[in-house]
Design a protein. Sequence first.
Length: 318
Amino acid sequence: MKVGFVYNDKFLLHQTGLYHPERPERLKFIIQGLQESKLWQKLQQLVFDKAELETIQKIHSRAHINFVKEVCAKARYNNSIELLDAGDTPVCMESFDVALLAVGGCISAVDAVMSGVLKRVFCAVRPPGHHAESNTPMGFCLFNNAAITADYARERYNLKRILILDWDVHHGNGTQEIFYEDDQVFYISLHQYPFYPGTGARSERGKGKGEGFTLNCPMRAGSGENEYIEAFEKDIIPIFSLYQPELFIISAGFDAHKSDPLANINLTEESFVKMTEYVVNYANKFAEGRIISILEGGYDLEALKNSVKIHIETLMKD
Ligand SMILES: [Zn+2]
């Protein structure tokens, strides 16, 4: 099956400074891995532009957007790297535009899967998004790509049940916050816990209309594939069956890989295949096969390259 691919060389222009783990090489390695494996020719490259500010504003406050814009302008003025938060979210003069382009790419994926042109799209984007809250950029994230993608899908295509599965090793506090009182977007996260950013306890289940529409599967440091599979079998698959999503969005971080330098979970490439297969099966059952997978973290370059490759290969299966 043809899988759509969202990528633009401009994503490399988001500079984070020396020694920062969220660096342009991450995407260079991913592209190189795909080209070497000949998967590259089987991917359908999507054409896209920067997202409109109105689209971002449905999720993020004007103050948030202006803040990112202003700090990037300051970086341009000083010809420097500037920080958006306490220290882990650096931006350069290009970062604002790159972040808008990343969102634009993810949105084009929605158009591609909803028009029926493609069933699956992988978005190789930077900067990542799942820590960005409605009013706060943080944790390497400027705008919440997955959240804006889900919101765009329901606004534009009138979807009522979208599921975001976030297997990045860190809890997606931003995505959770944005949809905490919402029953049209079900947020599921598997993550190391306790760990950065501190949220993601099992007791966080949503609120009001959204109560029961957030599922956190916290994992102790040292957990591996067995614990993840158990979470799928016991907690996640039953939700897939009950909720019957019309669209699956994966917040696809690959930092739960055992080689990753930022965390202590022991997944392998094969674990990502298994998790992808679960999503493929249930997307085929309920969502006409529709999956949009959006890159989040993953900081060991070799592990990232190999994991993304095999993840996309699995998305190609019927
Ligand atoms: Zn992460």
